[in-house]
Ligand binder design. Structure first.
Ligand SMILES: Nc1ncnc2c1ncn2[C@@H]1O[C@H](COP(=O)(O)OP(=O)(O)OP(=O)(O)O)[C@@H](O)[C@H]1O
Ligand SMILES: [Mg+2]
Length: 264
């Protein structure tokens, strides 16, 4: 086990697709145990690529890691199979709230517990916990997921991830296409899981306003490079962040990083 408090350490990450397209050109950050970290950036900045690299899923898209390293707990991610990363507690909710549309909400949730080869009683207990966090899912438990709302599908996708008992929950744009009130409901629940159960969370978001309200700390990606990092309240106060991501002014050039702990 590492001696420090870090759960995830990404260092100097470079990645390409199809041996040609550079998607990441120097991404580095650390996520501490119990922390909520937001990964911000515009369209095509490289957020999803970082998340896929964390779960060792890049090769499925003809992506390659060119340099750098990713450590989760005591694992070298690039040398660990995706299923083993899930078993070790790194669980991802992919973009687009993937549910099996013809399965019921409850069947979708149970499918998340199967990878652990958990006992039936354990799965039932975990299911109760998910329903306690997302009461709407209990009401819809017998409904086919394909017939539920976008918000309910996102809750189902998160609930299914919780069924595999994550230590680090990774979410790709969970707010996308959802009404603000639903987004708030989901982030409130995630906050509670963080507070009450110490769940660590990494969330990629284009919606910086929402993400900075929710996260403890954030990093900003631009063209595959980490250009900024800091506490959520520091970043919220920066004019260039407001201009870029919160839509207050026309885009400005992002100034050098003020955070001395920022490694680049
Ligand atoms: N499967 C792929 N094959 C080739 N290029 C890709 C692939 N996926 C992403 N890219 C390219 O890699 C770069 C980073 O894309 P990525 O999807 O990681 O960005 P993102 O920050 O998640 O964007 P968005 O906010 O639109 O989801 C972009 O230039 C994109 O076009
Ligand atoms: Mg993306």
């Amino acid at each position: 086990m590492p001696l420090d408090n870090s759960l995830l350490v990404v260092d100097g990450l470079k990645a390409t697709y199809a041996n040609a397209i550079t998607a990441l050109d120097g991404v580095g950050f650390t996520l501490g145990r119990g922390e909520i970290l937001a990964l911000l950036g515009a369209n095509g900045a490289g957020k999803t690529t970082v998340l896929k690299a964390l779960s060792n899923l890049l090769s499925a898209e003809r992506g390659q890691i060119r340099a750098g390293s990713i450590r989760f707990a005591d694992l070298d991610v690039a040398r660990t199979r995706p299923a083993d990363l899930v078993r070790a507690g790194l669980v991802q909710v992919l973009e687009g709230r993937h549910c099996f549309p013809s399965l019921t909400v409850e069947e979708n949730l149970v499918s998340g517990g199967l990878g652990r080869s958990a006992a039936r009683r354990e799965i039932a207990a975990d299911l109760e916990k998910v329903y306690a966090h997302f009461p709407r899912l209990r009401d819809k438990r017998r409904t086919s997921s394909g017939l539920t709302s976008g918000g309910e599908q996102q809750m189902t996708a998160i609930g299914r991830a919780l069924m595999s008992r994550p230590r680090l929950l990774v979410l790709d744009e969970p707010s996308m296409g959802l009404a603000p009130i639903v987004v708030r409901d989901i982030f409130d629940t995630l906050r509670r899981l963080n507070r009450e159960e110490g769940l660590s969370i990494l969330v990629a978001e284009q919606n910086a306003a929402v993400a900075l309200r929710f996260a403890h700390r954030a990093i900003v990606l631009e063209n595959g490079i980490t250009v900024l990092s800091g506490t959520a309240s520091d970043l919220k106060a920066r004019d260039d962040i407001k201009a870029f991501y919160l839509g207050h002014k026309p885009p400005a050039i992002i100034a050098p990083n003020p955070d001395p702990a920022f490694a680049g």
